[in-house]
Write a protein that binds this ligand. Structure first.
Ligand code: BMA
Length: 913
């Protein structure tokens, strides 16, 4: 047994030094600590039949345990997701022995604290049933005092197959169907995930495999105490009057209190802002058993020099910590917790807009309106114990390095690991946090609702201290599914009314009500997409949740040419839109064999979980490009991967630029777009998906493009009927004085522009303006461009000293398959040098790569082969004969080793015969 002054396994363990600071205020107390016994480590994992017995790692899951024991291979390899289906259909149990001391048993309360059980389980200690679980998103605390003994004890957690549990629950829900029953066949998934409170995509998704894991996926420990323990601390900063009071920090302390026949538990609770010894508050409390809570308020007066937390690109990400301590009067027992916070305000503005029906939908942080730029986050692995802090950091760093400021933690995955929120706090990434319900109707019997209520309460208290979290949102697309009858929920009027009632029960009466009771400091949206306030007016299920005049919109269109911006909805806030591409050959190679590397291989079909996905990618490519040609099938496979990434990058570039240029205007009653979060940031495995980061972290071409189309200041070129227009967009809060817009016309046969047009002006911050507007035909004629097919346009800004400022943009006047003069050129890596002092996102030294080309080349792609890392730019248009880019390796690499791996090519190279 270990005795520790911190509550082990809790969110933020308190170090002795930190607690002693609090003790300065509370002298002369003889201290006695909460006893904890950590049960993490090696357990025995066995299947129901008892014929498989392997080491079970806690925290962990059965799939990785079987893999570590050599019972199975890599579950992601080839068709293993289907081969290993049997694992999820078995009932697995985890057991171990542990020693307990007399001293621990003497405590009034001895509880088993399970931070996360995945999912349906019965827990026994020494053969006695101590409790049950059926929600992987909840912490369970079981009383085990009466069944423990001094000396050796045994614990067993017996899981029921999540697939079987869900099927049983569905069967017993006899009154009416809660659809959908099963996912589309192409997903090769399991049925009825909506009947179990488990990661919904673990039963498969249109980008992911079905691995319905089982296991103890978070920490597990025993806790022993006599008075009370702090279970959660929820901190809410509120703006003060700005004169005498800068901030009021409300600290709500949630405690589990020992059952006692004697007088109520009393003690002293204190809270202190770390680093400010005189900024503390304390209170004598009388606590009710079995649980109680109280609120203390820290008054941050103007004498304390505190700083606000800002999103990336707007200022510093200042973080503080509040230490909370409870000292029991009777026993001197101490329980302590340390939680992080950032001082910031958030507001979702929904108000009338002049010239437009409906309401605005945008966020203000610290009173500054902010355009939310970013993407949607899905679970980083099917097996959560494989995700390291370094891996999470690399993904999130990649997001900010691509100029993102927001991620939506999507509702079909998990309430994320603490790392995600901690790193988001540090990097200034705002989080739109969904609750975990997606693409389904859900049951609403009392057990289910009670279970969800507990889940919401615990998650709001766990995640809600993070300044990065700026919004709660009830579910993914369930309002839309109901409104648009995705699952046959309106076949009879009577049933439709019932589904609507169920919807309100779950997301309004339980979810939203629970959130409001705990946290009023953030906007609370019922669904994404929704019409915000208008959805509320329409009794929570709007007729058209995709209305562009309200709230947020999800938009997918695989049929039309994605370079045609007129197809996109001019929404207030685009929270999802996307196109698929294949991940790199290097990434796919790890889970396939050479037989798989053709477009029509079984593997290629198998990994595609979206109906007609492979055809859609090719069809979209055909709008603008000829398909790759050549005799070597593997080469052709690689060329197709490349082309799919070109197409995805261009599609999302076009759509995002449309949203960004729409931030300041209302046209035909639509506009004032203030958010663009494309679908999706990351991948759960190696497959064709909508992601811009591959499983493993490699950047697809789209991610390089994101860095440019999300740049704080950028230009957008497009045609509106016969007019060529260029907008200048600035997300800065300050004015740019005397910037010059340069618009140039080029041909494919020269490094010199045919014509340069410039204009110098002052650019206000937080706005998008049209600076250039000319008839295309006339502009090309003036440039002596003979025909559209022969030319392309670029735009860029120069600062007041005439130096390039921000990214250069380009515009192709015709599909490149019909471009004239676009020929195969010779591009080579001409020099590689090691840069020892370059600023690198990773820890290793950067390399400088010099490129030379014999002619202009679109979509120049540098490939680092087996070397992991990323370039400063990639997928670009090269219209100079020499340029340099940096390469940032993930691990140190010698220039000569890198030279062997690095390759470069451009679009015309994929036409090999
Ligand atoms: C939206 C998302 C996901 C899905 C994606 C791509 O519906 O919310 O459910 O993966 O589109 O189809």
């Amino acid at each position: 047994m270990t005795t520790n002054m911190a509550v082990r396994g809790s969110m933020f363990a308190v170090t002795a030094a930190k607690v002693s600071l609090v003790f300065l205020i509370l002298p002369n107390l003889s201290r006695q600590d909460i006893g904890t016994l950590d049960l993490n480590g090696v357990w025995l994992a066995s299947n129901g039949g008892g014929d498989i017995n392997v080491n079970g790692t806690v925290p962990g899951c059965i799939h990785t345990d079987l893999m570590a024991a050599g019972r199975i291979g890599d579950p992601y390899f080839r068709f293993n997701d289907v081969e290993y289906r049997w694992i999820a259909k078995e009932n697995w149990s985890y057991s171990r022995q542990f020693n307990v001391t007399d001293q621990l048993l003497k405590h009034a309360e001895v509880v088993l604290v399970c931070e996360g059980l995945d999912t349906a389980a019965t827990i026994t200690v020494n053969g006695h049933n101590v409790g049950q679980s059926n929600n992987m998103f909840r912490r369970y605390t079981f009383d085990i005092k009466s069944v423990l003994q001094a000396g050796l004890n045994t614990i067993q957690v017996t899981f029921q197959s999540a697939i079987k549990y869900a099927a049983e629950k569905n069967m017993s829900h006899a009154d009416y169907m809660v659809p959908p029953d099963c996912p589309p066949a192409v997903q090769k998934g399991e049925c009825h995930p909506n009947f179990i409170r488990k990661e919904q995509c673990s039963f498969s998704w249109d980008w992911g495999p079905a691995f319905a894991t089982q296991g103890i996926w978070k920490n597990i420990s025993i806790q022993a105490y006599d008075s009370a323990v702090i279970r959660d601390v929820h901190v809410t900063p509120k703006k003060g009057d700005g004169k005498t009071t800068l901030w009021l920090i409300e600290v709500t302390v949630y405690m589990d209190v020992a059952k006692t026949t004697k007088a109520p538990v009393t003690g002293l609770v204190s809270a202190q802002l770390q680093g400010f010894p005189t900024l503390f508050v304390k209170d004598n409390v009388k606590l009710k058993s079995p649980s109680d809570h109280l609120t203390l308020t820290l008054n941050v007066s103007s004498q304390f020099k505190v700083e606000t937390w800002w999103p990336a690109g707007y200022g510093k990400q200042m973080l503080y910590k509040v230490g909370v301590t409870f000292v029991s009067t009777g026993t001197g027992e101490v329980s302590a917790k340390l939680v992080k916070l950032g001082l910031r305000t958030v507001e979702l503005v929904q108000e009338p807009i002049k010239g437009s029906p409906g309401l605005s939908f945008y966020f203000k942080i610290n009173d500054v309106p902010i355009f939310l730029k970013g993407s949607n986050w899905i679970p980083a692995d099917a097996f959560k114990n494989r995700i390291t802090t370094a891996y999470t950091r690399n993904l999130l760093q990649s997001a900010v390095d691509a100029n993102m400021n927001t991620l939506r933690v999507w509702g079909g995955g998990i309430y994320e690991h603490e790392d995600v929120y901690d790193i988001a706090d540090e990097l200034g990434i705002m989080i739109w946090q969904d609750f975990m319900f997606a693409c389904a109707m859900y049951p609403t019997d009392d057990d289910f609702l009670g279970n969800v209520g507990e889940e919401i309460q615990q998650q709001v208290l766990r995640i809600g201290n993070h300044p990065s979290v700026i919004a709660w949102s009830g579910n993914n697309e369930n309002e839309a599914a109901l409104a648009a009858n995705w699952y046959g929920t309106d076949n009879t009027t009577q049933l439709h009314a019932l589904y609507r009632e169920d919807y309100v029960k779950l997301y309004v009466n339980v979810t939203m009500a629970t959130v409001w009771s705990l946290d009023k400091s953030r906007p609370n949206i019922t669904s994404s997409p929704s019409n915000g306030k208008e959805t509320e007016n329409e009794n929570w299920v709007a007729k058209n949740p995709y209305d562009s005049h309200y709230g947020d919109v999800h938009y997918y269109n695989y049929k039309d040419d994605c370079w045609d911006w007129t197809k996109f909805p001019k929404t207030r806030f685009a929270s999802e839109y996307g196109f698929q591409s294949w991940p790199s050959y290097q990434t796919l190679k790890k889970v396939s064999t050479s037989d798989d590397w053709t477009l029509d291989s079984d593997f290629n079909d198998h990994r595609q979980h979206h109906q007609d996905g492979n055809t859609q990618m090719l069809d979209q490519a055909k709008f603008h490009f000829a398909l790759p040609t050549g005799d070597d099938p593997v080469q052709q496979y690689e060329d197709n991967i490349y082309l799919s990434q070109v197409v995805q990058a261009m599609c999302i570039k076009t759509q995002t630029e449309f949203y960004r240029r729409s931030r300041s205007e209302i046209i035909g009653g639509e506009g004032h777009t203030m958010g663009a979060l494309y679908w999706q940031l990351n991948d759960i495995w190696q497959a064709p998906t909508w992601s811009s980061l591959e499983y493993g972290g490699r950047w697809k071409m789209l991610h390089y493009y994101a860095a440019k189309f999300f740049a704080p200041v950028m230009t957008v070129i497009f045609e509106d009927k016969e007019q060529l227009k260029v907008y200048v967009v600035s997300d800065l809060t300050t004015k740019l004085s005397q910037v010059t817009l340069q618009v140039q016309v080029w041909t494919w046969s020269s490094f010199k522009p045919l014509k340069s047009w410039t204009k110098t002006f002052d650019k206000e911050g937080n706005s998008a303006d049209m600076i250039f507007n000319e008839a295309t035909a006339q502009f090309l004629k003036d440039a002596a461009c003979t025909k559209r097919e022969a030319c392309f346009i670029t735009s860029g800004l120069l600062d007041s000293k005439q130096k390039p400022y921000g990214p250069t943009n380009s515009y192709y006047l015709t599909p490149l398959k019909t471009a004239t003069g676009l020929a195969k050129v010779n591009i080579t890596v001409s020099k590689i040098t090691l840069l020892t002092d370059a600023p690198t996102p990773g820890t290793a030294s950067a390399l400088q790569v010099e490129l030379k080309t014999t002619g202009p080349a679109p979509f120049v792609w540098l490939d680092s082969g087996e070397v992991e890392g990323r370039f400063s730019d990639n997928g670009f248009l090269m219209n100079v004969d020499t340029l340099t880019v940096q390469f940032y390796p993930l691990y140190s690499v010698k220039a000569q080793d890198f030279e062997k791996e690095v390759k470069v090519h451009s679009l015309m190279d994929i036409y090999r015969k």
